[in-house]
Design a protein around this ligand. Structure first.
Ligand code: G6P
Length: 609
């Protein structure tokens, strides 16, 4: 998704801007650009290719400057074309006075566009961003900081912006509302970025701007005002941002590497967990858990599916009712609030706009007990929630989430046990047994990874298909959903998942010899029911690809292909089964030759609505 980097320094900042863009690349983008203050003029370079291409253009043009901004764009308004790439200039490319980059969506852009067009501005792009550039130019009163404070009052929607003016060569002004933005404080130089990771290696002194903040960055000065224009004190934090995406090592893609990292990161996530106690989720968790009598889970995408899995766990083990809601629906739904809910947001990035908005919505309805399961300790989600469990998946580069998902499941299982304990539903012996199983997870996952050669053989068949069905039952139904999502995200094969019992109510009509039906078939209480559903598929000529357990008693035969996971893992079985589905999606995508780590149209961190 879109990324911002900006700098004011007394040295050439192009390497800092480009390095920052590279660090943000993994989030997904379709164009990128840099604008610099060069000898009293604004100059820019933009590309619809990769940041390395932009770097080459900049080198060839000998572009250097002390003040500038840079951006990776993920198209919302207007196609991913070079004229829509940021930075945008105003009033025009030739007479540029203003350069501006923007993350988010301006909802009143049509109205502002009409107004600015009437004033004589000629738009060069279809973006909502160009509207802000012209608005700032039109309102400019000789002081960019003051102008931006006035201009943002005219905007509705979400934004993080960084802007500079031709007549103020050592100044970048930035503002945020609904999209993340941080300031990096240096020695006699200052920076702004949409994520602290963009500034790793440049500065670790980070200020997290709050909603409505506007910041004035000059060489030795960082000055922030809040949404009322009042000076605001914001703490400077020392942040150990990751120094960069890890090396690929022996792997072909980051996604493959991340799938294979799962034994280690699950181990890391559980490190230090010596027993089940509410404090695993933060100080005060005991009091919160005591007060709640239901759970509301809010999330998007893969994180939503981890929430769906947790519903099965929490209801059956802790006996607490759970509602799982897609964040973008919940935030606008006229729901019935329940003040004794534990509101759990799940997010690998901690930045997803819809999940953050859903959290705020829940709070506005009087639900104050909030907890997040999140992979980024410094994220907005962690700052906005009372309680947190930080998973330790490390940076996930592949857009399709893998290790972030399984570490979320590990965190959610711990939450299940903590809630069960408070509810008097976890004996010491059960606690010890569950912890033993969790600690064995890295070994159990490694044995699933060893099935890779068999899965590669299946992937060859899948690569020739355009449709696939995924079936699961009980807590493996969300795993079937996640398997189908993985396949469609990276191989572009149309895939749908159903609870297997629902097959006869519609999707069975799709089953022919051409339809591969992936079945998640652990040896659990529903296995016999599932076998009947599989018969329904075979009777229509459908091809079954079954992930069974060692003792599911399903054998290969005509139209039935079986891979056996080495052990049945009880309640934690979803964590093992999803790994086999990740490998199937990955190898199918490789066989089809898609851009596995950066699938078309998708972004890693979705900071717009
Ligand atoms: C995007 C990513 C998905 C992710 C979803 C939710 O769509 O591509 O992998 O599951 O956002 O993101 P979050 O950071 O909130 O887990």
């Amino acid at each position: 998704m879109c990324g911002i980097v900006g700098a004011v320094a007394q040295r050439n900042i192009t390497p800092i801007l480009l390095e920052g863009l590279k660090r943000l690349e993994y989030r997904g983008y379709d164009s990128c650009g840099v604008a610099l203050h060069v000898d009293g003029q604004l100059q820019r370079s933009r590309s619809t290719s990769r940041v390395t291409d932009l770097e080459q253009q900049i080198e060839e043009a000998h572009l250097k400057g002390f003040t500038g901004i840079a951006h990776t764009r993920w198209a919302t308004h207007g196609a991913p074309a070079s004229h829509n790439a940021h930075p945008h200039f105003s009033p025009s490319a030739d007479l540029a006075r203003i350069a501006l980059v923007h993350n988010g969506i301006i909802e009143n852009h049509d109205e502002l566009r009409a107004e600015l067009t009437a004033l004589g501005y000629v738009f060069q792009s279809q973006t909502d961003t160009e509207v802000i550039a012209h608005l700032v130019d039109d309102m400019y009163n000789g002081d960019l900081f003051d102008t931006v404070q006035q201009a943002v009052k005219r905007l509705t929607g979400a934004y993080a912006i960084a802007v500079f003016h031709r007549e103020e060569p050592h100044r970048v002004v930035a503002a945020r509302q609904g999209s993340p933005l941080i300031v990096g404080v240096g020695q006699g130089e200052n920076f702004v970025a949409s994520d602290a990771m963009a500034l790793a290696g440049t500065t670790d002194q980070i200020i997290y701007l709050e909603e409505g903040d506007v910041v004035d960055l000059q060489l030795g000065r960082v000055w922030i005002v809040d949404s009322n224009g009042k000076p605001a004190q914001r703490d400077v934090k020392t942040v150990q941002a990751h120094t960069g995406a890890a090396e690929l090592g022996p792997y072909r893609h980051y996604m493959q590497k991340e799938i294979f990292e799962q034994p280690r990161v699950i181990g890391d996530t559980l490190e230090g967990v010596t027993g089940i106690m509410p404090e695993l989720f933060g100080d005060g968790a005991y009091n919160v858990f005591k007060q709640i009598d239901r759970v509301l889970i809010l999330a998007c995408g893969t994180s939503y599916y981890s929430g769906l899995t947790a519903k099965y766990w929490i209801e059956s083990v802790a006996r607490i009712p759970v509602n799982v809601e897609i964040a973008s629906e919940y935030r606008y739904r006229d729901s019935v609030p329940h003040p004794n809910s534990l509101v759990v947001t799940i997010s690998q990035s901690g930045e997803t706009a819809d999940t953050l908005a859903a959290l705020k919505h829940a709070r506005s309805l009087g639900m104050e007990h909030t907890l997040t399961i999140c992979n980024v300790a410094t994220s907005a989600m962690v700052r906005e929630c009372k309680l947190a469990y930080i998973t330790r998946a490390g940076v996930e580069v592949g857009v399709a989430s893998t290790k972030a998902f399984t570490t979320q499941l590990a965190g959610l299982f711990l939450l299940t046990l903590a809630l069960a304990q408070i509810n008097g539903r976890l004996t010491d012996a059960e606690e010890a047994e569950h912890l033993k199983s969790m600690r064995h997870l890295p070994v159990a996952i490694a044995s699933v990874l060893a099935l890779e050669p068999q899965i590669i053989a299946w992937a060859e068949d899948f690569a020739r298909k355009e449709n696939a069905l995924f079936l699961g039952r009980g807590m493996h139904y969300p795993i079937a959903l996640e398997g189908a999502l993985k396949l469609k995200e990276i191989s572009y094969i149309h895939a749908e998942a159903y609870p297997a019992g629902e097959l006869k109510h519609g999707p069975l009509a799709l089953v022919t010899e051409e339809m591969p039906v992936v079945t998640v078939a652990p040896n659990d209480a529903l296995i016999e029911k599932l076998k009947s559903n599989m018969q329904e598929v075979r009777a229509r000529g459908g091809q079954l690809y079954v992930f069974a357990d060692v003792d599911s008693r399903i054998t290969s035969g005509e139209g039935v292909h079986v891979i056996r996971l080495p052990e049945h893992y009880g309640l934690l079985s979803p964590i093992l089964h999803v790994v086999s589905l990740q490998l199937l999606a990955y190898h199918t995508a490789v066989a089809r030759g898609t851009d596995v780590d950066k699938p078309r149209n998708l972004a890693k961190s979705v900071t717009v609505e």
